[in-house]
Design a protein around this ligand. Sequence first.
Ligand code: DGJ
Length: 735
Amino acid sequence: MNEKLSSLPSPYALTTDNTELVFVKKDALWRVAHYGERSNVAADAVLLTECRYNAESFGRATLETYPSFGADYGDNDGQMGMCKYGAIQAQHADGNTTVQWRCADAWLAADEEDVEHVVFDLEDTTRPFRARQHFRAVKAADVIETWVELEHDEPAPVRLSIMDSFGLDFANIGTEFEVLSVCGQWACEAVQDSTRLARGQRIDLGSRSGVRDAWENNPAVMVSLGCPLDEDRGTVFAGALAWPGAWEISVQHTLHHILRVRAGAANLSGAYVLDAGKRLTLPKFVFTYSTQGMGGASRALHRWARGWHLPHGKVVRDVLLNSWEGAYFDFTEKTLTDMMDGTAKLGGELFVIDDGWFGRGAHARNDDTCGLGDWIWNEEKLPKGLAYLVKEANARGLKLGLWFEPEMANTASDLAEAHPDWIIREKNRPLRVGRGKSQVVLDMSNPAVRDAIFDQVDAVIRSANGLSYIKWDANADFMNAGSTYLDADHQANIWFDYTVGVMELIARLRAAHPEIVYQACSSGGAHADYGWLAYADEFWGSDNSCAQQRVFIQWGEELFYPACCVASHVTVSPNHQTHRTSPLKFRFDVAFSGRLGFELHPKGMTEEEIRFCTDAVESYKRLRTTIQQGDLYRLVSPYKNDHAALMFVSADRRKAVVCVYGMARLAMQGNPAPLHLRGLYPNLRYRITEINKAAESHIGPLEGKAFGGDALMTQGLPFTLGNEDDSLVLELTAE
Ligand code: DGJ
């Protein structure tokens, strides 16, 4: 619990370096008067907001910080109104279905330096039902985090049919809105699209998976405010829900140009049943306001993620080789040590053993039909044990990582056979199964399940003495919606309690082994969300490792998530998913703009290919602080052009990396327009070198020369580009 520093004066401007969220007190509640650039509006906000508030009639503004279904809209010329757009809707112990808050206290809480933390203590006016609402402004990132804790002392449970984390109506933020989100499925993550939001319309985003929460939609959104969405210009609101379960975000444009944003966990089987005395912490929603278009919004979220959210957010990431596409289930100790040899030769720093090392006897995991849930070393397949492989990796200067799928079991496993009740299932209905015709989801609401999985994973980690990395996979959705652990009255809680359980499990493992780096994988990028990224250092971008398509996938993912956590691997050609061929340089250059790795058996590479990779890995290591920790500028979108270009600029703006990828490009189209660089100091001169070169230079006579930042940003940098699959990477160094 944060200590109380002082009471909140009204009006109060909660500020970041460039933005403010202004709260004003009116009667028993606080309202949001303004969100946007820092200004001096606070003093006038009270009256201006009051007028705006009263101007609405049908579908009026609900400017309270946590609007509730059933709240009194007050007297408007003798007509009373009731709020029906609550971010919270609760049925109390006595059956009443409304909430009417009053603010018992509003205060500033102690927090870390450069973070301002406002708390509103809300209580229902007639029933012992309470909410503690937090707004935490991370100044240097221009990001505000917000979340709510709920509890009550009513004589019976309270049923929460809506329990959003965020529900603000912005009354004066714009009159025209364009909404951008990303959607996806297996091998097709983060497809970007946007639409104008007409007056009276609402857009609902969400995931109903329960596990693979970032596919259907990613839990994040951008909204242009009063202008069409633009990469560099105009004002943009961006928000992301840090919740790796079922969720919903909605954005509505009302008749009176209110922008209504709601975000929270979704209860797909009915109301969440909250028992008296239990505190329910709802997921965090984080949001930012940019005056530099979508690019500014992305950079703010990235800065916040690296500095205040991701574990090891400031630590540069290792170059790794993951065994999956190079060996699948088919490996021996010799295969793995051969791959380690190759990893070391390529300049890698970490070798990861993917699926297939565990399970015993009939349940040995040699394909996807069995073994999940039995996190026991398969000594028949790998007789010398994990400690031996850690030693072999270390002897080659490598760290070792291991794959797990802790949330899952196969019905064909020792675990599921001994504990069929540990599976998410419905009473008196046949069990539905997924991958391998036997995969099921474990009931993580049950502490006994979490303990059993913790003990197994913990024992594997301890047996190795030196494991550095865990790839945490999850390859199923909820296929059944029930729990044999939760009682009949709490069945609908499974969606929320499962997610809380999974987060508790990974938090416990992290606490026990703080040195381990985690990758959140979920059939690819289905765990690309800030809920997972509170515990996982990175996510696997997609099972689609085809470089051409990865340009789009990574483009969409890096809209909301920083490059340091987008795992991007060089794989073989033809590609295993799309059967498309592409040159090694192109595949490498695409992986270069994320957390670089490999996913192949290096024995298949020629000496020339290995030489190219070794040099390029060296360049990546030299530049990875800029790529992983720098500011991202998207220069040319693959969605609208025959090539894509992006650049990363270091925090001190003295170093930059530019990546250009030819997409559906025909050489006959001629040279692309000069590249207008961004983010540089106009007055500094930058020397330009092309790296990862496979053949001729793409910048010809400009190679090795220095140019002013202003010229590079205004006149642009001319370059040549051949057919699709041609690419270039430039290194810029300030003199
Ligand atoms: C799905 C993942 O996305 C792959 O990278 C791989 O780990 C497989 N699962 C293993 O079963």
